[in-house]
Design a protein around this ligand. Sequence first.
Ligand SMILES: *[C@@H]1O[C@H](CO)[C@@H](O)[C@H](O)[C@H]1NC(C)=O
Ligand SMILES: *[C@@H]1O[C@H](CO)[C@@H](O)[C@H](O)[C@H]1NC(C)=O
Ligand SMILES: *[C@@H]1O[C@H](CO)[C@@H](O)[C@H](O)[C@H]1NC(C)=O
Length: 712
Amino acid sequence: MRLILTAAAVVTMATSVLHASAAVKPLTPELMLTLARPSTASLSPNGQLAVFSASRYSIDTNKSIRNLHLVNLASNNSLSDLTPQIPDTNHDNALWLDNDHVAFLSKGQLFVKSVFSNAEPYPLTHFPIDISSVKFNKAANLIAFSAAVYADGSLAGAKERDEHLKDYKKDTALAFDTLMVRHWDEFIQEKKNNIFVASIKKNGDKFVVDGEAINLLLNTGLESPVIPFGDQGDFDISPDGKELVFVSKINTPDNAWQTTTHIYTVPTVGGAAPKSINPESVGAASHPVYSATGKSIAYLQMLKPQYEADRNRIVVHTNGHSRIVAKDWNRSPSSILFDSKDETIFVTAEDKGHVKIFQIDLETETVEAIVSEHAQSGLNLIDDNTILYSTASLTTPNDLFTVDVKSKDTQRRTHVHADTLASVHLSKPEDINFKGDEGRDIHGFLLKPIGFDPSKKYPLAFIVHGGPQSAFNDNWSTRWNPNIFASAGFVTVFLNPTGSTGYGQELTDAINNNWGGSPYIDLMKGLDHVLETHSYIDQARIAALGASYGGYMMNWINGHTDRFNCLVNHDGIFDTKNGFYATEELYFPEHEYGGVPWDPKARENYERWNPANFVQNWKTPTLVIHSDKDYRLPVTEGLSTFTVLQRKGIPSRLVYFPDENHWVLKAANSLRWHAEVLNWIQKWTAHPKSSASTTSSDDESIEVLTSQVKLN
Ligand SMILES: *[C@@H]1O[C@H](CO)[C@@H](O)[C@H](O)[C@H]1NC(C)=O
Ligand SMILES: *[C@@H]1O[C@H](CO)[C@@H](O)[C@H](O)[C@H]1NC(C)=O
Ligand SMILES: *[C@@H]1O[C@H](CO)[C@@H](O)[C@H](O)[C@H]1NC(C)=O
C-alpha cells in the first residue's frame, strides 16, 4: 500500500454539502490533527503563574513540536511561549522549583528555565539513563522520578547492561517463565520501573543535583509507575518530603489474571522496605495523594477482584486507620485534590456524559458538583476558594479555567484555540434520552451535520464506544471525534448503552455476561428512537462504526441484523474464546464471562456471546481495520473477520497498520485512517440501502475523496 500526500491540495472539501455554508470551514482530519494539544497545567507556588505543554503536528514535516506555555493568571491571563516552538523540541512534565524557575523534561533529563529572564534553559540532571514522571517537593528540595532499571536497581547499572546487551547479544529471542508476556504494545522487559529520589540545591544561581539518586523500590520486586499507562499520578511526596506513597501491582505470578494493586509508603531517605497501607485489598487501588497537612493519604480503591471497571471508592487513611468517604455515592471518581486544611476534597468523576468537579466535605461527607458541563481534568488549588483546571468538550480541546468553589462562578483563563477554530464548524451536542433494555434509562448525544437544513435528509453515522465499560462524554478526542463525522456531512449519534460508565455502577455492571444482550438491544432501541424523533435522518443511509468492544458490536450486528448500509470495525473481537487465549489481560474476559473458557459453565458464556458463532448470517459490507501492535486484541481477530467477509463474498476492505497499537496514534497514520473510514461510509451511504444490493460490488463513481490522503 502506498500513501501519497498531495501538497497542492491545501484546502480540502469534506463533502458536497459544504458549499451550502461557504463561510464555515469543516473540521477536517487535517485540521483536527494539527490543532495544539495542551496538557493540564502546573501552578506556581504563589498561584500567580501556570505552565502547560502543548504539541503541534505539521503535515509538511510529519513532525510534532511540544513546547512550554506560560499563563499569567495574576495579570490578564496573558499567554506566552516559555520555550520556543522550534524543530525537535519535546518539553513536558513542567514543575515549579520556586516562583521563578520551572523544571521540565527534555530528552529524558530535567532542564531549568527562568520565567523572568531570557536566559536559555540549562540541564539540571545528567543521569546515566532517561528518567520520566517527575515530582518536586519544596520542603526537602527533593525530586522523585521513575526510571526503568535491572535487578541491581541502579541507574548506572542499567546503562552498563543496556550497552553490554547491545554489543554481545546476537539473538533476538525473548524468553518467559510467567505471564504476562506482553502488555498493551510492548513485550515485558527485564527492566522494571522504579521510583528514585534525589536532592537538589542551589549552586550560585543555578540548581544542581546534590548527591546520588536513591532507589526507593530496591530489591522489592515492585514496579511503579504501573505499566502500561502509569505516570507521576502513581506516586506522591509527603508535604514535609520525608515519605513517598506509591501504587504497585503486588509481587505474585498471578498478575495476568488479577487486578490487585496495593498502596505503599516508604521513607525518602531510602534503606527501608515499603509498607502497604491496604494489604488486605484484592481490587485495584490507584491515585494516592497526601493531604496538604500531611496527616492523611487519600486514594481510590476498587473492591471487586479481577474487575477493572468496579466503582472507585475514596479511601482516606489517617494515623493507620482507613475509612471510605461518601461510600454510597454511586459515581466512580478519577482524581483527588485536598484543600489546605484537610476539610474538603475535590474530585473529578464522570456523570451522565460529562466529567464534573465535585466537592466533598470530609466531615459531613456531602457531595456537591461545582463544575458540571464538559470534561474537567488537571485540578490545582490556588487557594481554598479557587481551583485551576482544564476543560475540553465536544467543540474544543483543553483550555484553562478557574472556579470559585463557593459561588461556582467560572472564569476562562486561556483561549488556546481561538484562532485555529474560528469559523470552523463544530456542532453542539443534543442530548438523546430513551428507555433501553429492561426499561433502563439510556443517554447519548447527537450532532447535526455541517450546513444543516431541516428540510433535507442526511445519512447517519452511528458510533459505538469501546471499553465496554467507558462512555462517550462531552469531551475532545483526536480519535473518533464525533465532529469529524458531522463535518463530513453525517448526522452523528453516539450512545452510552448498558455497560457505560458515569450513570451508576448498576448500568456498568449490567453488561457482565451480557455482551450481545442488553447493549445490543439498547443500541437498536436508541437507533429506532433517534429515527422516529429526527425526520431529517435518511433511514436507508446508515453506517455503524466502532472500535474494540465497539468492533465486537460491529461483528455482533453483522450476525443479528442487516439494517445498516455498512460497518466499520476497528480492532474488534471476532472470537471470544480465542480472545481469551491471546489477550494479555486475562482478568478482563475472566470477569466478563465468569471464568476461564475450559470451565464448562463459563464456556457456555463465551459461546453465547461469541460473534464467530453467527458468521453464517453476515451480509453487511464492512471495513476492517487492525494494527499489529494491538496486544489487547491481536491482529488475528481483524484477519479472521476479513476472512469471513471475503470468503462469503461480502464487500469488504482490510486496512492494516504495522506500527500502531490498539489506537492509531501517529498523525500520518491517523490521516490515512480518517480517509479510509470517511470514504467507506460515504460510499456506502451515498445511495439508499436496498437489502438486495448489499452484495453487489462497488460503484467507483460514488467515491468521495475526503482528505488530502489518497487511497491506493
Ligand atoms: C488587560 O487587557 C485589557 C484588554 O486587552 C487591557 O485594556 C489592559 O490594559 C490589560 N491590563 C494589563 C494589566 O495588562
Ligand atoms: C477526554 O478525552 C481524552 C482523549 O480520549 C482523554 O485523554 C481525557 O482523559 C478525557 N478527559 C476526561 C476528563 O475524561
Ligand atoms: C512520519 O512520522 C512517523 C512518526 O510519527 C514515522 O513513524 C514515519 O516513518 C514518518 N514518515 C515519514 C515518511 O517520514
